[in-house]
Design a protein around this ligand. Structure first.
Ligand code: FAD
Ligand code: NAP
Length: 321
């Protein structure tokens, strides 16, 4: 028999966006239900040191920060559910959402905070060296490579921005791109080429991330020339993979307006999607900033937007009686 959970607010995702939405909604007396998904706590649970989340003078750990957010959300009345959503029907309200665990969720409002995942090259050595010199976020981890040689892999806006950003920390930044021209906007390319601390290696892909030492750390990259197949190596201590992100929006593709890269579109200055009562926050609707604090900020906005929607809906229902 199907288990049915009815709620005034269903939050999909338990990263900083979902947890912040939960804290605000719970404090407003809404008793939200948070579906945590297969990555409870979200992307920050995959990293170690976090130095840029406000409020902590000392370095904190990503998994710890997310445990604290969850504890705070539960403390004020949010209900956590360990489930993964496999289908949503946004054509009628209450919205109907199906979980893999056999539960149907009926929700008056929905906050989508399903995040995004960095795309990786898919090499075994890349997987092995994550958090040991290989990262997908220069803004997050660049600080740890102060004064070291680093490489950024990719040729789009993100890669170019990350290469430029890394010159705040390093005088020796190499951009590695698989073709002989960049996809990035011209203005970013101009800045990149004008920067004396960045060199570009064209027509090259990473064949392997090289490591050594104790504790094991990144020592270099083995590169393959994409035209000739010839192998070469460069010495770097930091490797930033910047080949794009994939927002977790497959569930909503035919129901919500997405942009050309698959991110949920919201009304400017709000978290409102094209369906009244459905709100989106965090990395699932933000391809520019992608930070824990911006995800938390838009999570707060989503809870406030949803709370206002509920109040209006409930007022109209009372008036109609
Ligand atoms: P996410 O954290 O991506 O959470 C998404 C949530 O949605 C997860 O709980 C997942 O289980 C859930 N979900 C997805 N699909 C479903 C589904 N179908 N059903 C139910 N649930 C679902 N930012 C910083 O500010 N500082 C840092 O130092 C920093 N370091 C980082 C290091 C790494 C290695 C990475 C990968 C990212 C880092 N970031 C950092 C970025 C930061 O983690 C993200 O910007 C932030 O986590 C986005 O939060 P979010 O809540 O939008 O989504
Ligand atoms: P992107 O535009 O999709 O670029 C990805 C880059 O990675 C491309 O250069 C691609 O090479 C390369 N790449 C992909 N797979 C690869 C692989 N397996 N091996 C090696 N290289 C690979 O992604 P993005 O740069 O993250 O940008 C995503 C979206 O966000 C874009 O719309 C972008 O404009 C936007 N964005 C905007 C800003 C801004 O406005 N300031 C900043 C960041 C991002 P090819 O070129 O050969 O395909």
């Amino acid at each position: 028999m199907t288990n049915i959970v009815s709620t005034r607010m269903l939050i999909l995702g338990s990263g900083p966006a979902g947890m912040t939405a939960a804290i605000y909604a719970a404090r407003a007396g809404i008793a939200p239900v948070v579906v945590q998904g297969i990555q409870p706590g979200g992307q920050l649970t995959t990293t170690t040191d976090v130095e840029n989340y406000p409020g902590f003078r000392d370095v904190i750990q990503g998994p710890w920060l997310m445990e604290e957010m969850q504890a705070q959300a539960e403390h004020v009345g949010a209900k956590m559910v360990w489930d993964h959503i496999s289908s949503v029907d946004l054509s009628r309200r209450p919205f109907v959402v199906k979980g893999d665990g056999g539960t149907d969720y009926h929700a008056d409002t929905m906050v989508i905070a399903t995040g995004a995942q960095a795309r990786w090259l898919g090499l075994p050595s890349e997987e092995h060296m994550k958090n040991r010199g290989v990262s997908a976020c220069a803004t997050c981890d660049g600080f740890f490579f102060r004064g070291k040689k680093v490489a950024v892999i990719g040729g789009g806006n993100t890669a170019v921005e990350e290469a430029i950003y890394m010159t705040n920390h390093s005088q020796d930044v190499t951009l590695i791109h698989r073709r002989d021209s960049l996809r990035a906007e011209k203005i970013l390319q101009d800045r990149l080429f004008a920067n004396p601390h960045i060199k570009v290696i064209w027509n090259a892909e990473v064949a392997q991330f090289l490591s050594g030492g104790e504790p094991e750390a990144l020592t270099g990259l083995e590169l393959r020339d994409t035209r000739t197949g010839a192998l070469s190596t460069i010495d770097v201590e930091g490797g930033f993979v910047a080949i794009g992100h994939k927002p977790a929006t497959e569930l909503f593709a035919s129901q919500l307006n997405l942009d050309e890269d698959g991110y949920i579109q919201v009304e400017v200055g709000t978290t409102r999607t094209n369906i009244p009562g459905v709100f989106a926050c965090g990395d699932v609707m933000d391809k520019v900033y992608r930070q824990a604090v911006t995800a938390a900020g838009t999570g707060c906005m989503a809870a406030l937007d949803a709370e206002k929607f509920l109040a209006e809906m409930e007022f109209e229902a009372l008036a109609a009686e």
